[in-house]
Write a protein that binds this ligand. Structure first.
Ligand code: NAI
Length: 492
């Protein structure tokens, strides 16, 4: 076992593993208590440190939803079992879940999707058994949004090379740790060549390091389609944040929905385990909640800290309980036979030590790569500025706008190459019937490529700013001979 895993693995020694438990909101405290009871009965050597986050914390005026003591506890222990958290309307804009994921850089969201006994779905019997690995901190979820004009909004999709590499290596490590063989990277690289394409390119670069894994790439929309028509073909699937968000919920739906879907959020220094479902306020405090999803998350946690024996014991007791269908909570029980959270928990405890008809995988410790500290930076050997895209608000027709911009560019060292509207070139005019909005991207090229174009840029922007509202500017750069910008539809 590597140093990273053994850091948590005090189980076979004399001390217990410290875990931060966040009961959370709604049904959170009920399901967390149920899981703690089952783990204790299974002999898991865990020393719980309780910490607060969620609705009550927001109401005390803490905008992140997680007080400092909670953050300190997570930083100290590195392992969290968390109930669902609510963001009450009118208190803070950011969710406490997102705060915890970002604060501890929990970059890997792991969502196992496995057919469970007794949970009938239209896909039962197909043998679905896959894991979705979703990048958890980059992409459209950086939350960088700006209104460009009064009626045009923009969200920044940011994908980095190291961000892609570490999630892909995590997915590969997980494939090996679970004795799996196939890793599918699902992207929209055919449309978003730089961002989604980054994930695909890094995948192709690193997969030769994993000869025991069969790699494949799939376009994300086809992946969604394939998951419905032939879900049994998938083993491990890795995707960028937004795509992973959608396909992991889709996949969870194939095996019984969010009520039985576990997850983990893995980072280099902390890991947080939680059910996918929310706080279900309608049934909170009524002993109706199903703790299965959190229990399966706790099983993932036990494996993460290296207690494979307790993980196996709890998982098998749960599978026996579902298989026998006796004393299940109302949401999954045969009609009219549902019991409460407490009775279901007692039933799982009673089944500890029994073995189900569902074989467990031969899990191994997850070995994570060490990432260098400090700022990741790879300077290109050659960097040339070719031009500038200036985003301008205008109610003028393209020809009129072009005439005004050509006049503004005179004597600056830049010439106007084209104007586009929502990705389609509208000046010089092409055939077609573009629908125009008041946000134009105006592409200026330098008279000749320059390694320092700053004075020309300042001149051009001053001239444009005197006549137009501009909202942002992108440099058109060439890194080591490769253009770092795309062309508009119709641009040549
Ligand atoms: P939800 O998952 O809480 O509820 C959806 C439906 O599933 C409801 O009918 C609920 O009763 C049922 N349900 C969910 N978990 C269940 C369980 N364990 N046992 C039995 N039935 C269960 O989703 P909803 O209503 O959209 O969100 C409620 C609150 O939870 C919101 O404030 C939301 O922001 C928060 N939330 C928090 C999450 C987290 O902390 N990771 C994730 C999703 C939502």
């Amino acid at each position: 076992m590597d140093a990273k895993t053994s850091r948590y693995n005090a189980v076979n020694g004399t001390t217990k593993t410290k875990v931060t438990a966040i009961p959370g909101d709604g049904i959170g405290p009920e399901v967390v208590r149920a899981v703690q009871r089952i783990l204790a009965a299974a002999g898991a050597q865990i020393d719980w440190e309780e910490a607060e986050a969620g609705a009550e914390v927001f109401k005390r005026g803490i905008a992140s939803g997680a007080p400092q003591e909670t953050l300190d506890s997570i930083a100290r222990n590195g392992i969290v079992l968390k109930g669902p958290l609510e963001t009450p309307v009118g208190y803070g804009e950011k969710s406490a879940n997102v705060t915890l994921r970002k604060f501890f850089e929990l970059y890997g969201n792991i969502r196992p999707v496995r057919e469970l006994p007794g949970i009938r779905t239209p896909f039962s019997g197909r043998g679905i058994d896959m894991v979705i690995v979703r990048e958890n901190v980059e992409d459209l979820y950086t939350g960088i949004e700006h209104m460009q004009t009064a009626g045009a909004a923009q969200c920044l999709k940011l994908i980095t090379e190291p961000g892609s590499e570490r999630i892909l290596r995590l997915a590969a490590a997980l494939t090996l740790a679970e004795g799996r063989h196939k890793l599918t990277c699902a992207t929209k690289a055919n449309i978003m060549k730089f961002t989604e394409g980054m994930m695909k390119r890094v995948f192709e670069r690193i997969m030769p390091d994993y000869p025991a894994i069969e790699p494949s790439h799939m376009i994300i929309d086809n992946c969604a389609h394939q998951m419905v028509i032939a879900p049994e073909q998938f083993d491990v699937v890795v995707a960028t944040n937004m795509n992973g968000d959608i396909i992991s919920d889709l996949a969870a739906g194939l095996v019984g929905g969010l009520g039985v879907a576990p997850s983990s959020n893995i980072g280099d220094h902390a890991a947080m385990f939680e059910a996918v479902h929310g706080s279900a306020p309608q049934i909170a405090g009524k002993d109706l909640a199903n703790p299965t999803a959190l229990l399966l998350s706790a099983v993932m946690m036990l494996r993460h800290i290296g207690d494979f024996a307790a993980a196996e014991k709890v998982e098998q007791a749960l599978l026996v309980t579902l298989e026998e269908g006796k004393n299940l909570t109302g949401d999954i029980a045969p009609k009219g036979t549902g019991v409460g959270t407490t009775a279901y928990t007692d039933q799982v405890i009673a089944n500890l030590g029994r073995t189900s008809g569902y074989a467990s995988r031969d899990y191994k410790a997850l070995t994570l790569a060490e990432w260098p500290k400090g700022v990741w930076h790879r300077a290109p050997t050659e960097r040339l500025v070719m031009g500038l895209d200036v985003f301008i608000e205008s109610g003028a027709l393209p020809a009129e706008l072009a005439a005004s911009l050509q006049a503004a560019a005179e004597g600056t060292g830049f010439g106007l190459k084209m104007i586009e509207n929502r990705g389609v070139q509208v000046w010089p005019a092409l055939s077609g019937q573009p629908f125009l909005v008041d946000l134009f991207r105006c592409r200026f090229l330098l008279d000749g490529p320059a390694d320092s174009a700053e004075p020309a840029i300042a001149k051009l922007m001053a001239a444009i700013g005197a006549k137009h509202h501009w909202m942002h500017v992108e440099k058109l750069q060439r890194f080591d001979g490769k253009d770092g910008y795309t062309k508009a539809q119709g641009e040549n």
